[in-house]
Design a binder for this molecule. Structure first.
Ligand code: GDP
Ligand code: MG
Length: 309
């Protein structure tokens, strides 16, 4: 008599994926695409675990906890930079899998630095080459893939276009494949464990960086000092007041721009992002403030963390 046939269940896959890469490479775009703006269901409970969890992707047989690191910053000159590098490094060290995102060209200084870090920690990593839609000829990818492949033993090299949602199914499948077996870390309906305030501060800061990358690099902190949902005083919109801190008067002038034009641009882009995040209309107010040497000011940094909690 033959033994009863037992169906082998595919084991549940769960783990933490750290997304790293230089600013503007498309990390947030990928996150949003993967989460498909489900962050509108963000739970407002205070953050319970690490700072940098940006999204939780739960699917059939898997759960991926996505960390968006603040990018890799070069030589840490200031206290905050050191904190950020520490965070990025810690995120990579804690992650079950690192996703290094790059543009379709040969590695530059930042990519080299990250690969050196990967090698030192011998992390399992996937290389994601984003923005392939900008290549007139896909054959141009081959030398880039080759170049990276020779420098680090990436588990996979995956070309995608985050913007056009091209290659994302494949990427998702590969992420799941390379995650360890394990129990889910969060309830399946949880999408992020960060507070709305913390997410809102990130969004404003990102838009500031995007517009002024050269002029005020990393000299900007954002505090969300008011967040009133569906505020009757603002026509039922969510009222969000963000304080944008810079270190010097000159930076304040640059940030505000002639006739307030520059700040207006930051404000309207940040508002669009916030509305996508919250799924509701938003009234966003930005105030620029000078706070000298705030990056070395431990008390200010503590206050900032409290305010955005
Ligand atoms: P991050 O700084 O790494 O988070 O980058 P973002 O996600 O904010 O994207 C930076 C810019 O690159 C934005 O203008 C995106 O629209 C653009 N971008 C992101 N992914 C792609 C892509 O696949 N193709 C193209 N052409 N642009 C992209
Ligand atoms: Mg980003």
């Amino acid at each position: 008599m033959s033994a009863p046939r037992r169906r082998r269940r595919t084991p549940f896959k769960a783990g933490v994926v750290a997304i790293v890469g230089r600013p503007n490479v498309g990390k947030s775009t990928l996150l949003n695409q993967l989460l498909q703006f489900k962050l509108s269901a963000v739970s407002p409970r205070p953050q319970t675990t690490r700072q940098e969890v940006r999204g939780i992707l739960s699917g059939d047989g898997y759960q991926i906890v996505l960390l968006d690191t603040p990018g890799y910053l070069g030589r840490p000159a200031h206290l905050l930079d050191q904190q950020m590098v520490r965070l990025a490094r810690a995120a990579m060290a804690d992650a079950d899998l690192v996703l290094l995102m790059v543009e379709p060209r040969p590695p530059g200084d930042i990519e080299e630095a990250i690969m050196a870090l990967l090698a030192r920690q011998s992390r399992p990593a996937l290389l994601v080459i984003n923005k392939v839609d900008t290549l007139p000829n896909k054959a141009q990818l081959l030398p880039v893939m080759d170049d990276y492949g020779r420098r680090y033993p990436f588990r996979e090299i995956v070309p995608i276009s985050a913007l056009q949602a091209d290659g994302l199914d494949l990427l998702l499948g590969l992420l799941v494949r390379h995650l360890p077996e394990g129990e889910p870390l969060y309830p399946p309906d949880e999408l992020t464990d960060r507070s709305q305030r913390a997410l809102a501060a990130d969004i404003v800061r990102e838009e500031v960086y995007r517009l002024y990358r050269q002029e005020v690099p990393y000299a900007v902190a954002v505090a969300i000092d008011e967040f009133r949902e569906q505020d009757p005083a603002h026509g039922g919109k969510d009222y969000i007041r963000a304080l944008v801190f810079v270190e010097r008067e000159g930076q304040k002038g640059i940030l505000i721009g002639r006739g307030g034009q520059a700040l207006k641009q930051v404000g309207s882009r940040a508002r669009e992002q916030l509305e996508l995040l919250l799924g509701r209309p938003v009234h966003l107010e930005l105030w620029v403030k000078v706070q000298r040497r705030w990056r070395q000011d431990a008390q200010f940094l503590r206050w900032l963390e409290e305010t955005n909690r």
